[in-house]
Design a protein around this ligand. Structure first.
Ligand code: ADP
Ligand code: 5GP
Length: 206
């Protein structure tokens, strides 16, 4: 990261499950080296191919509740009937290491992060061109049952109501165009003015 006064920044992505957040992030990882993708903790069952400690930390409901009671989460929420949360400790460390910390969290988590860390956070809402396209992608991905997909589709209609609360909005129609847009936002998130310590900058500058 280039800025010399701030310690890290956050890039927060939200958008309906299946809109392409993970696919788009792969392009960001190619151009930004010093990043940390926040691995969430969840009570959801792992999908085929998902690994504990890589995609998520998969825990029981009891373990999750214990983490809430111990104040271990920066934010947490119930999404599509499962619990998801962001652990504070690795985030603090990554920020101290001046990394770009990337969150893929839902709209409830977004509100909690903005309440606590808005000065260092850039937010982007991502979606598909239509709900039909979202449904198609979820079925093509073939990782969830029909019942789970239907729940995600009905939640998507509620999530889309939040778009105007975010800094940026990306429609992931053409993957290449949307990736370029997300890369631009990621680069901009590193030079957000409120990341900097104004008095230090002015005293050095004078
Ligand atoms: P999310 O991380 O938001 O849940 P994924 O990145 O897993 O979404 O994408 C969901 C599915 O849609 C995947 O099968 C992915 O290959 C596909 N996909 C992603 N972006 C596009 C796109 N622009 N056009 C068509 N399919 C896409
Ligand atoms: P999935 O089950 O498809 O991996 O994720 C479902 C939803 O949970 C997505 O909208 C994703 O952004 C959200 N999510 C993943 N991790 C977290 C988290 O730590 N906190 C919150 N609030 N939402 C999360």
């Amino acid at each position: 990261m280039n800025n010399i006064y701030s310690k890290g920044a956050i890039l927060l992505l939200s958008g309906p499950s299946g809109c392409g957040k993970s696919s788009l992030l792969k392009e960001v990882y190619k151009v930004i080296d010093n990043y940390y993708f926040s691995i969430s903790t969840t009570t959801r069952a792992p999908r085929v191919g998902e690994k504990d400690g890589v995609d998520y930390y998969f825990v029981s409901k009891e373990e999750f509740t214990q983490d809430i009671e111990n104040g271990n989460f920066l934010e947490w929420a119930e999404v599509h009937g499962n619990y998801y949360g962001t652990s504070l400790k690795p985030i603090n460390q990554a920020l101290l290491d001046s990394k770009l910390v990337i969150f893929d969290i839902d709209v409830q988590g977004f509100e909690q992060v903005i309440d606590r860390l808005s000065a260092i956070t850039t937010t982007v809402f991502i979606t598909t061109p239509s709900i039909e396209e979202l449904e198609k992608r979820l079925y093509n991905r073939a990782t969830d049952s029909k019942e789970v997909i239907e729940k995600r589709i009905s939640n998507a209609k509620l999530e889309i109501e939040y778009i105007d609360k975010y800094d940026y909005f990306i429609v992931n129609d053409n993957l290449e165009i949307a990736s370029d847009q997300l890369v631009s936002v990621a680069k901009s998130s590193l030079i957000k003015a409120s990341l900097y310590n104004k008095s230090e900058i002015i005293s050095n500058w004078n």
